[in-house]
Structure formats: C-alpha cells, structure tokens
Design a protein around this ligand. Structure first.
Ligand SMILES: NC(=O)C1=CN([C@@H]2O[C@H](COP(=O)(O)OP(=O)(O)OC[C@H]3O[C@@H](n4cnc5c(N)ncnc54)[C@H](OP(=O)(O)O)[C@@H]3O)[C@@H](O)[C@H]2O)[C@@H](O)CC1
Ligand SMILES: Nc1ncnc2c1ncn2[C@@H]1O[C@H](COP(=O)(O)OP(=O)(O)O)[C@@H](O)[C@H]1O
Ligand SMILES: [K+]
Length: 501
C-alpha cells in the first residue's frame, strides 16, 4: 500500500468523522475503510517491528479498537504471536467495530490482566480521533506499565491520550515509536506535544475518495508553499529595486541596535529591494558603522516619521526588535496605523496593558499588520485566550487574529499562522535549533520584506515562517542568527523552485 505524507491538508477529528459518514453514504462502507486501516497497521508492524516476540493489541470501545481487531487478525494470519486486550466487554461493541471483532474470532482479555514483557510490541488501538475527554484511570495505569518496561508502541491513528484537534495530552498518552494514520493527518499530529508523542508518522489512504476527504478539510493545513505560492512574486527580468519594495526597520537606542540590525539584514536577504534602518539620532553612528547595504536614516521623532510615511517612499515596516517598551513605541505604531507592518517583540509588550488600543488601530481595514508573539508575548496581549485550557493553539491563534484584526504568527516549534478571516496554517519545517537568540528578529525581517514586496499579510507571514524554517535547516545545528540570515537566499531559491512548479 502506498503511504505518503506529501499532501498538506489536515482533517480535524470532526471533519474526519463527517468524511467517514459521507464515504459510507456514497457506497463504501466504514467497515471496508476499517479493514484497509487494520491491514495498513499490520503491514507497518511487520515491516518495522520484525523483532517482536509478541504483538499485544490494545483495543478501545470505538472504531479505533475496530482497526485493532483487523490488525490483530491480519498479524495472526501472517504467523505472528498476537494477544488482544479489550476495554470493557465485547458485547458492548457496536457498528463496524463489532463486525471486526466478530471476524477476529479470538478470545480477548482485560486491560488489567496485561503485564508488559520485554519483547512485546504494543499496538495501541484504544482511542483515536474519537477521544473526547481525559483517559480513564485503567488506561493511565496501562500507559505507565508499558512505559516502565519500555515496550515499543505502534499507535493506530493517534497515540491514545493525544487530542486529535489540539495535540494536547488528555491525562496521559502513549509515547509511540511510530503512528499510522489514515486519509490525512489530524492537527494533533502536527501540533505540540502531539507531534513528539506520534514518533514517525505514516499515512495510509485506505480507499476514501480524495474528493470527499478534501471537501471536508476546511479548517487548517500544513504551512506548505502550495498554500500561498500564488501570492509570491517570481521576479521578472525587468524588475528594479523600487519594484521590490522599501522596508523600514526601527532601531532602538545606541546600546540596543543589534536586534533591529539583524531584522534589517534579514529583510534585505529575503528580497526587499531596499532596507533602511530608521535610527534615533544617538544611535545613528553605531548603526552607520555596522551597516553597508542596509541604509541608515535618522528618524528623531514622530514628526520625522509622519513625513517619511507621507513621502510614499516606504512600502512596509518592522517595529519592535530591541526598540524599548514605552510611549515612544506606541506613538510610532499609532503614526503607522493601516500601513503594512510587522509588530514584533517590544511592539507587542508595549501594548500589554492596553491591547484594545492596538486592536482598534487595525479595525475596519483589510489586515495589513502581522503580530509575531512567542508564547510569553501572546499571554501578555491575549491573557484570557492563553489562560483558557479548554482550547488549543489553533483556536487561540484564530480568536486572537479576529480580535486584533491582524495576522497572528503564534511562534514556537509548531508556529500557527492565523488570519482574521479564519484561515489557519501550522508550520512544521522549523528545526529545534531555531530556538536561539535573535532568531525571532530574523523572522520579523523576512516577514517585513514580504510585506514590502506587496504580498498580502497572511501569505507574507506564512511564507516568512516557511523560509525561516528552511533557512534554519540549511544553516544546520549550532547556527547563530547571523548564520540564519546568510542561508535565507538558498531558502528563497528553494521557494522559487516551488513557485515555478
Ligand atoms: N476515515 C478514517 O480516518 C477512518 C478511521 N477509522 C478509525 O476510527 C477511529 C475513530 O473512531 P471513533 O469515532 O469510534 O473514535 P475512537 O477513537 O475509537 O473512540 C471513541 C470511543 O471511545 C470512547 N471514549 C472517548 N474518549 C474516552 C475517554 N477519555 N474515556 C473513555 N472512553 C472514551 C467513546 O465513548 P463516548 O465518548 O461515546 O462515551 C467511544 O466509545 C479513528 O481514530 C480510526 O482509528 C477507521 O476505522 C475507518 C476510517
Ligand atoms: N523548538 C523549536 N523548534 C523550532 N522552532 C522554534 C523552536 N523554538 C522556537 N522556535 C522558533 O524560533 C524563533 C524564536 O523567536 P523568539 O522567541 O522571538 O526569539 P528571539 O527573541 O530570541 O529572537 C521563532 O520563529 C520560533 O517559532
Ligand atoms: K490509538
């Protein structure tokens, strides 16, 4: 069976259930899908766990358990040593899971009777997309017992305990070595910590028509160039630097210039035609000594700034990295309202006490602002959303974008990009070594360069996050933010190849 992870669309658990129902109604029974799912699990188990002395299939009360019964039967037919443990009583099974159980024709034991042994490989078919609350104590105990012995776990659809929508652990979860999922990944496979709990993921198509699956995949995709490449300007020979946009980056005072300088350099490497570092007078000399291709211009006060915008010579701006939190920053943001702008770092913190003032600035116009909070900054600007444990990162980012009338880049290993109109992407190409000082400043510069080139805010933000991750992969482990900047052009080259496809 062909398995691939190349399709960027994701199905939420609710969408997956609706797609199942539509497939069933179209004449392909769920039991048929379940058989294909179970066969795919068995094939994966035999391929990757050839050393198993015994496969222990743990089956839950729903269709995830049904996949487990099919896998157990297939493994047995292949000559493997298999035992099945079941939550509850077989008579309680319904629908396709009941059919799968009847076909398996095998005795099942209880969860509590299972004592893990070295040499056992666990096939976790307890809960998948239907997990609706914290796992019960008997499952928590089982997870603990398996972890103590260190048996490898192959998860069916999702590791039991991982919420398919949010990626959160519901009480406890199996740490899988591998996960086989079906039709499309769920957000919980890509969001943290679910992504880590899944181990290596493979995707089995199981015979659901793609047109049905895609029709239901409406909420969120992976951040992949296919989502936004149409908005990227593939440069033509007749371009000139002004066509490629002029990015302004605001520097902090004389002892805080490094962050904005990195932002400015990143903006230039990412394709802005010109970049100017707007410097307070006492920092101009420091900045001028440090920059070459990036221009330096003194902006002494609000009046200077207003005249600069009014000149029509700048296309976009980045404010925040190293600027310093305070009234000065807020007044610059006010003077730049409705301009294409990235608000990062201090520009987010400066509005922590009065977020509504910031959100009001962007109300009523198409979104031109990109806000790039990391976890801590997000909690400062949206404390109620950050504190609400009933929702996950996707929902937080979505509500924040609606409230702020801005594109939100909610950073982290699983950066979420959200637009006020509800569009959502989850990024997955960022290596862990991007967590280094100055990395966020570089991201702000790339996003600023995209805005300066006239790319709409959502696409500008998403492309920036992807390029940042790609540059990080090219720079490699141990990189610094300066190395990251140097690898932006190679990442851009990759992007342009995508765009020409
Ligand atoms: N197209 C596809 O992708 C296909 C997917 N397939 C498979 O179907 C799976 C989804 O099946 P599903 O909807 O039956 O959900 P599943 O995960 O078995 O759990 C539901 C059961 O668990 C129970 N329950 C939930 N939480 C609980 C808790 N904390 N503690 C205790 N109980 C809890 C819940 O009870 P209830 O909430 O109703 O009380 C219900 O009984 C999917 O992951 C994939 O493996 C294939 O077979 C076919 C094609
Ligand atoms: N574990 C991780 N894996 C991948 N990317 C990460 C990880 N942690 C952080 N990042 C990314 O690194 C960047 C760090 O930005 P930020 O927190 O603003 O740092 P700084 O202020 O030091 O520049 C963000 O783009 C974030 O998404
Ligand atoms: K599972």
């Amino acid at each position: 069976m062909k398995m691939s992870l190349t399709d960027p669309f994701l199905l939420t658990p609710a969408e997956a259930a609706a797609a199942d129902r539509e497939t069933d109604a179209s004449g392909i029974p769920i039991f048929h899908l379940m058989q294909q799912a179970g066969f795919a699990v068995a094939a994966e188990a035999l391929r990757h766990f050839a050393q198993a002395e015994r496969f222990v299939v743990l089956c839950g009360p729903g269709n995830n358990g049904g996949d487990g019964f099919v896998a157990a039967s297939a493994l047995r037919r292949a000559g493997a040593n298999v035992s099945i443990h079941l939550a509850g009583r077989p008579e309680e099974l319904t629908g396709a899971a009941r059919l799968a159980w009847l076909e398996a024709q095998t005795p099942a034991q209880s969860f509590s009777s299972y004592q893990p042994h070295p040499g056992d490989v666990i096939i976790d078919a307890i809960f998948g997309a239907g997990l609706s609350r914290d796992v019960p104590p008997e499952v928590t105990d089982l997870i603990t017992r398996v972890r103590e012995v260190g048996c490898p776990v192959l998860a069916v659809d999702l590791p039991s305990g991982i919420d398919g929508l949010t990626g959160q652990v519901r009480g406890a979860a199996f740490q899988a070595q591998r996960t086989v999922t079906f039709v499309a990944r769920k957000p919980g496979h890509v969001l943290m910590p679910g992504r880590i709990y899944c181990g290596e993921i493979s995707l089995a198509p199981i015979g659901m028509p793609t047109r049905i699956a895609r029709r239901h995949a409406r909420t969120v995709s992976v951040n992949d160039p296919r989502a936004w490449k149409a908005a990227i300007n593939v440069q033509q020979g007749d371009t000139h630097k002004y066509k490629r946009g002029h990015l302004a980056v605001f520097s902090g005072g004389p002892s805080h210039t490094g962050a904005a300088r990195m932002t400015a350099s990143a903006g230039l490497c990412a394709g802005a035609g010109l970049v100017t570092l707007a410097s307070p007078p006492d920092a101009t000399l420091v900045n001028a000594c440090a920059m070459t291709a990036v221009m330096v211009r003194e902006i002494a006060d609000l009046q200077d700034l207003k005249m600069w915008w009014a000149s029509g010579k700048i296309s976009a701006a980045v404010i925040g990295p190293g600027f310093g939190v305070g009234e000065g920053l807020r007044s610059y943001v006010h003077a730049s309202a409705a301009r294409p702008m990235v608000l990062d770092a201090d520009a987010i913190t400066a509005f922590a006490e009065r977020p509504d003032e910031l959100f009001a600035l962007a109300a009523g116009s198409e979104p031109r602002q990109i806000l790039t909070p990391h976890e801590g900054e997000f909690a400062r600007l949206f404390p109620d959303l950050a504190a609400d444990k009933t929702i996950g990162k996707l929902e937080r980012a979505k509500r924040a974008a609606e409230r702020a009338h801005a594109v939100i880049v909610y950073k982290g290993a699983d950066t979420v990009i959200a637009a006020p109109d509800g569009r959502l992407l989850i990024n997955e190409n960022a290596p862990a070594w991007l967590a280094t000082a100055g990395s966020g400043d570089v991201l702000a510069g790339i996003a600023g360069a995209n805005l300066a080139q006239g790319i709409p805010a959502f696409e500008a933000a998403a492309a920036a996050v992807w390029l940042h991750g790609e540059a990080g992969n090219k720079a490699g482990v141990g990189m610094t933010a300066e190395d990251l900047i140097r690898h932006i052009p190679a990442a851009l080259e990759d992007l342009l190849s995508w765009c020409r496809l």
